[in-house]
Design a protein around this ligand. Sequence first.
Ligand code: CUA
Length: 185
Amino acid sequence: MTEQHAQPHERRILGTELLWAFGVSVLIAAILSMVVFTALTRDINPPSNVERIDPKTLHLSGEFAEQNLGTTVTRDGGITVRIITTQFMFAPRCLVVPEGRRVTLRFATPDVIHGILITGTNVNTMVVPGFVAQVYSEFTHSGDLLMPCHEYCGLGHSEMWATVRVVPESEFKPDPDGRVACAQR
Ligand code: CUA
């Protein structure tokens, strides 16, 4: 190849490369803005709450002791649900949340890694021994939602699920201690 022919050829390569670089930059920018957009508007983001808890004693005292599990409404109206995920069940197995209000969900496990999601919502997190997994959600429709474990955690994994009962605001009635539990059916 002579010098005369090499030049336009290389210019064409450069042109193609720049075109690809531009295309890929647009794609990356689109993906990043989607991540930021869903994080800000729909609460969809990786759980990043680095909060330690001793897995050996979490059920004995403190926040995740049996009497504190389930839904609690504080005096200022904040709603927190505390759940233990363990081989192979959730405690409690059913929880009540109101429709259309921001809810804080806090999970902890005394044994192995579990993964939980609530169908049709933004809630999807791993629950790692030694850490509290915290997520926020707002449930838009009343009705029962399935909350399965989706991280293989042992032989009983497929039996591990719970119910999230979303009730209209008018049916969400905390007792004097601010507790709300599923009615026995
Ligand atoms: Cu817990 Cu799978």
